[in-house]
Design a protein around this ligand. Structure first.
Ligand SMILES: [Zn+2]
Length: 325
């Protein structure tokens, strides 16, 4: 990595992340241009931040995907009906697979490439953010809940392998409203990954088998508000850092905890989300541990601006440094 990222900010994004065709955005309760909207808001808010200043990731390769996925699973994606089930966009079943590959799976594969790249940039810069990724319901042999590739597993495995002398223990903090059953299934019994998951226990996926992989969990009730959420986060995150003693932090920063998000069904405000991200980044900084963030779930229209505002807040608080001169 050295040299290649000189003068760049460890934010990862490219236009190819965005999905948008056949009125998908109208049929699914879903801002399918969320990732582009986040970047546009960031460009407006941060002077000097341009496409040239961030990292444009390559598409994840088939060989890289096979480091995590079974061939059988990858092959299953060549049937549109399976992609329709995974994304819960059922009309995709009727679309020729080459179109589904190009318009839906390819954007996801760029986002997976983004998570992989962000993991590596993080080792160099101490922080990084992939504006996409965070497909936490996908495991090596099963997709679901809009997640077709296991980018979290792939990124963490890559870091543990490539930086084995520096990274022995990863703390995976999953604060999306849903339980992260994909990476949990993949890391079940793996002592090198400590999973902290805070989720609404009354919604999808309710995966009891995967829950066995969680080292620290906070099970939330529908309608949980800022005060109780942030109180629980502060105390349990502290415990997680003490118990895990991590060398690397992976933060799955889903924003479907937002009030009004009908999928997450929690009642966290915009300010609550911004404070949440600040708490996590501050903790990593205090511990001197690199942290990579991905954006995961949260697709209501207000979400993109909140993610951008939160990144700006991290910058303003000195928790992430951007060299933009
Ligand atoms: Zn979610």
């Amino acid at each position: 990595m050295a040299g290649s990222s000189t003068g760049k900010v460890p934010i990862v994004y490219r236009n190819e992340y965005n999905i948008g065709f056949l009125g998908l955005e109208k049929l699914h309760p879903f801002d399918s241009k969320k990732w582009g909207n986040v970047f546009n808001y960031l460009k407006e808010a941060i002077r000097g931040l341009t496409e040239e200043k961030i990292h444009s990731p390559p598409e994840v390769t088939p060989a890289q995907l096979l480091k995590v996925h079974t061939q059988e699973y990858i092959d299953s994606l060549t049937k549109s009906v399976n992609v329709a089930k995974i994304t819960e966009v059922f009309f995709l079943a009727a679309i020729p697979n080459f179109v589904v590959q190009r318009r839906v799976l390819k954007p996801f594969r760029f986002q997976v490439g983004g998570t992989l790249l962000a993991g590596e940039l993080c080792m160099e810069h101490k922080w990084s953010i992939n504006i996409g990724g965070g497909f936490h319901h996908c495991s090596k042999d099963r997709g679901g809940g809009f997640c077709a590739y296991a980018d979290i597993t792939l990124c963490i495995r890559n870091i543990l392998e490539k930086y084995s002398s520096r990274v022995k223990k990863v703390l995976l903090i999953d604060l999306d409203a849903h339980q992260g059953n994909g990476h949990e299934r993949d890391f079940l019994g793996d002592e090198s990954v400590y999973i902290f998951d805070m989720y609404n226990k009354y919604i999808y996926p309710g995966d009891m088998e995967a829950r066995a992989a969680i080292k620290k969990s906070v099970e939330l009730f529908t309608g949980t508000t800022d005060e109780e959420y942030l109180l629980a986060l502060r105390s349990k995150l502290q415990e997680a850092f003490e118990e895990a003693k991590p060398d690397f932090v992976f933060f799955n920063a889903g924003t479907d905890i937002l009030e009004g998000d009908t999928l997450g069904r929690l009642s966290i405000t915009r300010e609550g989300i911004i404070e949440r991200d600040e708490i996590v980044f501050r903790k990593a900084k205090e511990a001197g541990v690199p942290i990579v963030m991905v954006t995961s779930g949260g697709y209501v229209a207000r979400t993109a601006k909140i993610i951008a505002d939160s990144i700006v807040n991290l910058k303003d608080k000195g928790l992430i440094h951007m060299d933009l001169d």
